[in-house]
Design a protein around this ligand. Structure first.
Ligand code: SF4
Length: 409
């Protein structure tokens, strides 16, 4: 059995940790040692003390979802009076606001809404690209792609082909939770995508030359062994598919947010977050970047993440709906993100989804309004239904009834 000191030497020498090594480190290494090792890996990969961030907007196009994951406080069932679908005009308005703040992309994800066929996504993507040709769409996590394969009876490759043709630029790593089917069944998210299906979408995306991200939500029903299995499976896929065009750019982990969920329970501590983050930096030796999840952990732990393996502060975000529904409501605009990076002794740089540096902080070049609160998908009480929904055939009984009522006036 290697000792903690042996394992630390393995990491310092650039060696790879096995799952058993990672488990031993998780249980036995003191947190400062994990931080020191992860920080050394970060410094080796990202010299010059550069910490990046992206200005983008996290837009959830619909909250209507048939998947019903028991850890999710965001979704509404089909037919709910609180269900919404954003209109194309609303998305354009959000893009205009994002560009005004120096933003370069939308992170576009939503529920599995049976009344939005693939043509709706294609039309939206095309319309966005026609109006904003250089603006990027980081859109549709693997379970949403699987949902579209089921709606269309097409293969994953064919759905990705169609989405790329319409304007998809990259795929976010949402919906991974823990990539172990025992856990997925307990979270009622095995149906939306098994572990193999999630990885299969990413494999296909990488083969199509797309960059993607990977995530992990821990702290619910999983064991530490299963968290490590998740990391090792991501590392194996990256070994298989990473090349000059495709592969994972970054890994983002956060703790399960229990408020208002069916599953309930307690949130893991900030200390556990730092331990997981550092361990991920050590196991994911083929991942270029690790993001800090300040939106779930808050600014202080987000800033500390930079000493525990993270080299990126993620997104300025502008809007957030999913984590807020589960009780976390942290907000940092660009000024605040840059302040956190600089106060921790690093050099802030704006980036794009490919982690290419775009420049120094935007607010230092351009006057932008301060943003002290994250926007939401819709204003409270706005129950409007987009006009263009009529162009797409309704599939659910509830939507068909609603259309009938709408046409009777
Ligand atoms: S996590 Fe996503 S797929 Fe699961 S219920 Fe929520 S919106 Fe639906």
């Amino acid at each position: 059995m290697p000792t903690t000191r042996d394992l630390a030497d393995t990491v310092r020498g650039g060696g790879r940790l096995s799952a058993a090594d990672a488990l031993a480190l998780y249980h036995e290494a003191p947190l400062p040692l994990l931080g020191e090792l992860a920080d050394a890996v970060r410094a080796r990969r990202h010299p010059g003390g550069i910490v990046t961030y992206i200005i983008d907007r996290n837009v959830n196009y619909t909250n209507v979802c048939v998947a019903r994951c028991n850890f999710c406080a965001f979704y509404r069932p089909v037919g709910s009076s609180e269900g919404y679908v954003l209109g194309f005009d609303e998305v354009f308005r959000k893009i205009d606001e994002t560009i005004a703040l120096g933003g370069v992309q939308l992170l576009l994800q939503g529920g599995h809404n049976p009344d939005l066929p693939i043509e709706w996504y294609e039309d939206l993507f095309r319309a966005v690209k026609q109006r904003y040709p250089t603006f990027k769409l980081h859109a549709l996590s693997p379970p949403e792609v699987i949902h579209l394969t089921r709606m269309t009876k097409l293969s994953v490759a064919d759905v990705i082909d169609r989405l790329i043709a319409a304007g998809l630029d990259s795929i976010p790593g949402g919906g991974a939770e823990i990539l172990v089917d025992r856990v997925r069944k307990l979270l009622n998210c095995y149906g939306k995508a098994s572990a193999d299906e999630w990885l299969g979408v990413m494999r296909e995306a990488h083969r199509h030359g797309l960059r993607t991200t990977a995530t992990m939500m821990y702290g619910h029903v999983e064991t530490v062994e299963e968290r490590i299995e998740h990391l090792v499976r991501l590392r194996a896929l990256q070994d298989e598919t990473q090349d000059d065009t495709g592969g994972f750019t970054a890994f983002i982990t956060w703790s399960y947010q229990p408020e208002h969920t069916e599953l309930g329970g307690r949130e893991a501590t900030g200390v556990e977050y730092l331990r997981m983050l550092a361990l991920a930096r050590l196991v994911l030796d083929n991942f270029p970047s690790l993001q800090a999840s300040w939106v779930t952990q808050g600014g202080k732990v987000g800033q500390l993440s930079l000493a525990y393996g993270a080299n990126d502060m993620g997104s300025v975000m502008i809007e957030e709906n999913v984590v807020r529904a589960a009780g976390a409501a942290y907000c940092m605009d660009e000024v605040e993100i840059v302040r956190n990076i600089e106060n921790a002794g690093f050099v802030p740089k704006r980036r794009n989804m490919h982690y290419e540096i775009l420049g120094d902080p935007y607010f230092r070049q351009q006057s932008v309004p301060r943003q002290l609160e994250l926007a939401t998908a819709r204003a409270d009480g706005d129950t409007s239904r987009p006009e263009e929904l009529r162009l797409y055939a309704a599939r659910s009984a509830a939507e068909k009834r609603q259309r009938g009522a709408d046409s009777r006036g």
